[in-house]
Design a protein around this ligand. Structure first.
Ligand code: FAD
Length: 414
């Protein structure tokens, strides 16, 4: 089979690219190993809600149409939203078609799938940033009898035996699961490394509204002093809830969650934690204040000070004077460990030499180091918002423009 462009993945990023390619009359197909919105259907826990408000899911030619723009979508609502988008843009999706290899061939690519091969000139990799949970090597040293789960395996507290839970990682996933499990009567210990603290609301508006309006989400990849670092900043400690509650470490300790430093190792059945908890929390408080400073400055410059609550700062993160440095994993108190330590993409099927020695794809703002190949949906691809639903539109517009110029043989590639 032949087409001009193969888009791999029918999440919102692949669909946004499909919409832009259709607008430019570029013949294409979207290959999806499962169904449209597969990641949301198969890889998320039951209680998850988007942490971005409903209005902040603007896709090319599509957006929120309901009566609750400031609410937060549940998983069924998120799935329905993305499915409707696929229908609305009549995306040429081939479902249940897993890509098993992409190879260079002649002046394009051969894309092999579970349902035959495609030949094309250009390829867009929209297979997501969160294909594989990143589990640290120390996991191998866990004593027997401890249940381990990744966020992709976790669905709800019923899966987790009575008794203590160690959650490793305090970003959006780790803090959300800590809150849910502590509420469900499983005493949680949360190992806290580098994290990004943020209030849900500030000066009477949602923090995401401020970040969007002040241009924080539009920060560009080519304006960053250290883009590699920027691409590895953990997700913000945020949750979408009908009550718009802030989910920070102070809330969790109030609920009874015990905080420790970063998990540094596991030896002789003991989990060992770094003594850096106080420093990590101070740093997160400082960075949150810097974000609020930027917002305040923007509000003043934009003449908004009279229309919003006045600037204020939040209580620093409270930390025990001597947080535990070790935890016995063999005395029966700790029954479960959850690795909320992030995710990485899976390019194991990509037979084109575009990965660096850490298996990261080599690209310049989504233009991969292979002619006619593009990537979408990974952190800070072109902008801070690139990994969010709301960021796919601008990236798809830019990259489809580059792709069209490439097909036209324009050496400058827009
Ligand atoms: C827990 C969690 C919460 C998040 N919350 C939010 C939020 O609140 N707001 C927000 O805007 N974003 C959120 N995100 C980030 C982001 O929107 C998601 O990661 C999103 O799923 C990324 O969209 P995508 O289209 O890039 O990738 P995906 O939705 O993952 O789509 C990729 C598609 O590619 C398919 N695929 C993969 N490999 C192959 C292959 N070899 N062959 C064929 N098909 C393949 C997959 O089946 C999948 O359907 C969250 C992410 C996670 C993990």
């Amino acid at each position: 089979m032949r087409t001009t462009t193969v888009v791999i993945g029918a999440g919102h990023a692949g669909l946004a690219m499909s919409h832009c390619l259709t607008s430019r009359s570029v013949d294409h197909v979207v290959l999806e190993r499962g169904e449209v919105a597969n990641s949301w259907k198969t890889e998320r826990w039951d209680s998850l809600r988007l942490l971005t408000p409903n209005w902040q899911s603007r896709l090319p030619g599509y957006g929120y149409e309901g009566a609750d723009p400031d609410g937060f979508r549940t998983m069924p609502e998120t799935i329905a939203f993305i499915e409707r988008y696929a229908e609305r843009c009549a995306a040429p999706v081939e479902i249940h078609t897993a890509v098993t290899s992409v190879r260079s061939e002649d002046d394009g690519y051969r894309v092999s799938t579970s349902r035959g091969d495609w030949r094309c000139r250009t390829v867009v990799l929209a297979t997501g940033a969160c294909n594989i949970p990143s589990v640290p090597a120390v996991a191998a040293a866990l004593p027997p009898g401890i249940l381990t789960l990744t966020p992709m395996e976790y669905r709800n507290p019923d899966q987790v035996p009575e008794g203590g839970v160690l959650i490793v990682g305090a970003s959006a996933t780790g803090t959300q699961l800590a809150e849910e499990l502590q509420h469900a009567g499983r005493p949680v210990t949360l190992a806290v490394g580098e994290h990004v603290r943020a209030p849900r609301t500030y000066r009477g508006r949602d923090i995401k509204w401020w970040m969007d309006a002040a241009g924080v989400m539009d920060d560009r990849y080519d304006d960053q002093d250290d883009i590699v670092r920027a691409r590895h900043v953990p997700s913000m400690q945020l949750a979408g809830s009908p009550e718009r509650r802030t989910l920070d470490l102070n809330r969790l300790t109030k609920l009874g969650v015990r905080l420790t430093g970063r998990l540094a190792g596991i030896r002789d059945g003991q989990a060992l934690f770094s003594g850096s908890l106080r420093n990590q929390c101070d740093l997160a408080d400082l960075k949150m204040d810097r974000l609020l400073d930027r917002i305040d400055q923007w509000a003043t410059e934009s003449g908004l000070d009279g229309d919003t609550d006045p600037p204020h700062r939040f209580e620093p993160t409270r930390v025990e004077r001597t947080p535990p440095l070790a935890l016995d994993l063999t005395n029966g108190e700790m029954r479960t460990v959850i690795w909320a330590t992030g995710f990485r993409p899976d390019y194991s099927w990509l037979d084109v030499p575009v990965l660096d020695r850490k298996a990261r794809i080599k690209h310049d703002g989504g233009v991969v180091e292979a002619p006619g190949m593009y990537v979408m949906g990974i952190p800070f691809l072109r902008r801070r918002k690139s990994t969010f639903i709301d960021g796919a539109g601008d990236d798809a517009r830019d990259l489809s423009s580059h792709l069209a110029s490439y097909l036209n043989g324009d050496a400058s590639h827009a």
